[in-house]
Ligand binder design. Structure first.
Ligand SMILES: Cc1cc2nc3c(=O)[nH]c(=O)nc-3n(C[C@H](O)[C@H](O)[C@H](O)COP(=O)(O)OP(=O)(O)OC[C@H]3O[C@@H](n4cnc5c(N)ncnc54)[C@H](O)[C@@H]3O)c2cc1C
Ligand SMILES: NC(=O)c1ccc[n+]([C@@H]2O[C@H](COP(=O)([O-])OP(=O)(O)OC[C@H]3O[C@@H](n4cnc5c(N)ncnc54)[C@H](O)[C@@H]3O)[C@@H](O)[C@H]2O)c1
Length: 460
């Protein structure tokens, strides 16, 4: 039985860098991957989708070229095979880089196959049984399929299989109006598809404030995307006209409604890959949704076993998975007691223009009972946005009037996935907003309006 100092299950955003740190520290490591090196982000998540977002943005700017005095001959056409090849190539380069790194890593043995626990110190992969005193779980998650009548008998796509498309759908129906649904909605609309989004919640991206959700809906609607919120009792079937297309029915404000489409994307959330890990044989506790229960340093209830990334339910982003690696490495190797609770929630929604988010929403901030002030500014009043011809969206910052602490921000506008980092850094530095208000920012940038917004706080 091959014996190691550490076994890592999964080569996602935490597992591979941890293999690097552990082997550098002199440990003998086994890392196990059942599918593609790099996991979700590299193969079916961030990397391919943001590459598609770039193609879609290019198409949109080409359509708007005449607004900028740039004349192109004829209508914009999409070469979907080329679009796909570009996404595959960017994704493939990243995957190959990780594979080459791991395969060449001294003191690291790569096992390809599905890992299952035999007990708290032994893991089976294929015919091999590996043992170690330390086991790190980084198994990620996959798309959930909701209980929608007819779904099993109708062809449908997930965030993974939609990446295989090398044609533009005539009409893409999307179930779920959050990150995955909205990013793909705009991508495919910009490629020329008709797109309809169905969301059960009362508004899109339901974790956000309603004004942000409304502004996102306005941006998407202006591009011709149909959005149905409050869609209840969804069911799907093959259209009866023999076209091979899909009929989606739902209860709307005006009773039962049906919409026909050529393709269906299901984007209703993700679940952890813990159902086929035999975690119970090691005594590892899971919560009711299958997430591995961990403490603030990412230790499971079983001594010597940690869980990092999407599978622990503490984050659902590449940067949170990578931060999990940093926390585990810092505690194990650096005598540095980093904690998950040190982390401020940050993320972006990559529609165009993007939504950059940090900390609390306004609604959440109000619920804390603190003395809240808020400042908003439409992008139409940001010089750089006007110069770029990209004035959709608005920025909102929420702070504590008494302590001066910045509590959160939702910046929806051109470049805002980057702009939000000015605030993230100040929040990590635990400095009051006055610090930003006094800082001189570069003109003309979107960021230069942050000090102005700080000077315009008013009670929420
Ligand atoms: C469409 C989409 C777009 C996204 N866009 C963004 C974005 O823009 N920004 C962002 O921050 N996040 C984004 N995310 C989320 C991000 O991709 C994930 O949060 C991140 O990849 C999670 O990483 P992880 O390390 O937890 O697991 P993963 O990257 O999922 O890796 C887990 C690995 O474990 C392997 N594995 C699972 N079970 C076993 C087993 N039993 N044995 C062996 N191997 C196993 C899997 O094959 C996989 O390779 C996106 C996700 C999706 C789906
Ligand atoms: N930009 C990014 O960072 C990014 C991009 C894509 C995905 N992700 C990650 O992927 C995860 C999953 O994203 P997601 O958008 O699939 O899930 P989500 O959990 O964010 O949203 C799912 C949406 O589907 C809706 N829904 C659920 N069941 C439904 C039904 N039967 N009919 C209609 N609507 C229904 C929910 O109300 C919700 O709005 C996210 O948590 C995120 O961490 C991140």
């Amino acid at each position: 039985m091959p014996s190691f100092d550490a076994i890592i299950i999964g080569t996602g955003q935490a597992g591979s860098p941890l293999a690097g740190r552990l082997t550098e520290a002199g440990m003998k490591v086994a890392i196990i991957e059942r599918n593609l090196f790099g996991g979700t982000c590299v193969n079916t998540g961030c990397t391919p989708t943001k590459t598609l977002v770039a193609s879609a943005k290019t198409a949109q700017m080409a359509r708007r070229a005449a607004d900028y005095g740039v004349l192109l001959d004829g209508p914009v056409k999409i070469d979907m095979k080329k679009v796909k090849a570009r996404a595959d190539s960017v994704s493939g380069a990243s995957r190959d880089g990780i594979g080459t790194w791991l395969d060449g890593m001294a003191n690291c043995t790569v096992y390809r196959g599905h890992a299952r626990f035999l007990d708290a110190r032994r893991v089976q992969v294929g015919d091999d049984v590996l043992s170690a005193d330390k086991i790190f779980i980084n198994v990620g998650g996959r798309a959930t399929l909701p209980e929608i009548p007819g779904l099993a008998s109708v062809p449908h796509l997930t965030n993974s299989t939609i990446l295989d498309l090398d044609v533009v759908p005539d009409h893409l129906l999307i179930i779920g109006g959050s990150y995955i649904g909205l990013e793909f909605a705009q991508i495919y609309r910009r490629f020329g598809a008709k797109v309809t989004v169905f969301e059960t919640g009362p508004h899109l991206i339901r974790r956000e404030d309603e004004d942000i959700s409304r502004a996102v809906a306005e941006i998407l609607t202006a591009e011709g995307i149909d959005i149905v919120t409050g869609a209840a009792n969804l069911s799907v079937s093959r259209a009866t006209n023999g076209s091979g297309s899909i009929a989606l029915s739902h209860d709307g404000p005006n009773g039962l409604q049906a919409v026909g489409g050529s393709h269906l994307l299901v984007a209703t959330g993700r679940r952890p890959n813990t159902d086929d890990l035999d975690a119970e044989k090691a005594g590892i506790a899971l919560d009711a949704h299958g997430y591995i229960i961990v403490d603030d340093a990412l230790r499971t209830n079983v001594d010597g076993i940690w869980a990092m990334g999407d599978c622990n339910g503490k984050g659902a982003f590449t940067h949170t998975a990578y931060n999990d690696f940093e926390i585990v490495a810092a505690n194990l190797l650096d005598n540095d007691p980093r904690r998950v609770s040190d982390r401020i929630p940050v993320y972006a929604l990559y529609i165009d223009p993007p939504l950059g988010r940090v900390g609390l929403t306004e609604t959440e901030a109000k619920k804390t009972g603190r003395n809240i002030v808020v400042s908003t500014r439409p992008m139409a009043r940001v010089s750089r946005a006007i110069e770029k011809g990209e004035t959709q969206g608005f920025m909102k910052i929420v702070a504590d009037a008494d302590s001066g602490e910045i509590l959160g921000a939702a910046l929806l506008g051109t470049g805002c996935d980057e702009v939000v980092h000015s605030l993230i850094d100040v929040m990590y530095a635990k400095r009051p907003y006055e610090q930003v208000r006094r800082g001189v920012h570069i003109h003309p940038t979107v960021s230069e309006l942050l000090p102005t917004m700080m000077a315009e706080f008013h009670p929420a």
